[in-house]
Design a protein around this ligand. Sequence first.
Ligand SMILES: *Cc1c(COP(=O)(O)O)cnc(C)c1O
Length: 339
Amino acid sequence: MIIDFRSDTVTQPTMAMRQVMFEAPVGDDVYGEDPSVFALEQYLIGLTGMEAALYCPSGTQSNLVGLMAHCERGDEYIVGQNAHTYCWEGGGAAVLGSIQPQPIEVESDGSLDLARIEAVIKPINDHHPRSRLLCLENTNQGRVLPLKYLAEAKMLCEERGLALHMDGARVFNAVAALNCTLKDITGSLDSISICLSKGLGAPIGSVFCGSEAVVKKARRWRKVLGGGMRQVGIMAAAGLYALEHHAKELIQDHDNARHFAQALADIKGIRVWSQATNMVSVSFPDNYPDFVDKMRLKGFILPALRLPLNRARFVLHRDISRAAVSDFILEAKAFWGIL
Ligand SMILES: *Cc1c(COP(=O)(O)O)cnc(C)c1O
């Protein structure tokens, strides 16, 4: 079995999940007639306490339909400099939505400083793009946004007439880490995008949730973007299964990440910079590429070093057991000359 530390997107659907997919009742979801998509959307309506939900093929699209539902041509959204919607989605908001991003620096805890947000909100004036939306990412590189911060951000947005969207690709990791409910988080939001295909372990799919009005607009944009899907309940059933069975297990990934970080930090020459939920940031001696090659032969796939800091981001997930972490640590100690 291959142990892949690159991302929590690499998980394989379990046999139980495949069985649920096999048996899923389906219909044409563009007609609103797929019972399995309906069940998934209703489940998340229940967990978020929001009015409506919309199943999308990817998190990129789920965020984009949200941005396009909140903002019009010439509007802007305020977003973190490292945010997925800004850096990792091909500039879709600008390319396809004519929405200008207003990026700001991200604080060391993954939040956006409220004073910095206020400082970039433009006065209403024909010269300026219209500041319309704040987009927060939770978790951000594994870092969990505190509930108190979210409530303060919501207050600011209300005062200044902004909507608040969360890129909650890994929001269930935040729920697990805070030992709270999803509603504790979504209570401060106007909309959220949730990925089913990260640590939750479904093969594809994300869900956009918000008010009836916002989801109605998002549904239209999903069709325009080519995301209207037909008998897609086969996939939605896997998503619902992941929510029902895997969400509560995410805490194990966090425990494994902590154990992994502590054990790796003991190895001379290796520096562990941070561990947050299921992510661990590590720098290595110069011969890291040799280590990667060696480990590949032993069945471990390791992340590449990322510029500008030359650190590797290891991501723990449900297909990496504690035993696999221990095996990896033994191999690492052997390679770096501790044993
Ligand atoms: C993965 C991810 C997304 C969505 O990515 P897709 O690959 O399009 O599903 C959005 N935001 C964050 C923070 C992510 O990690």
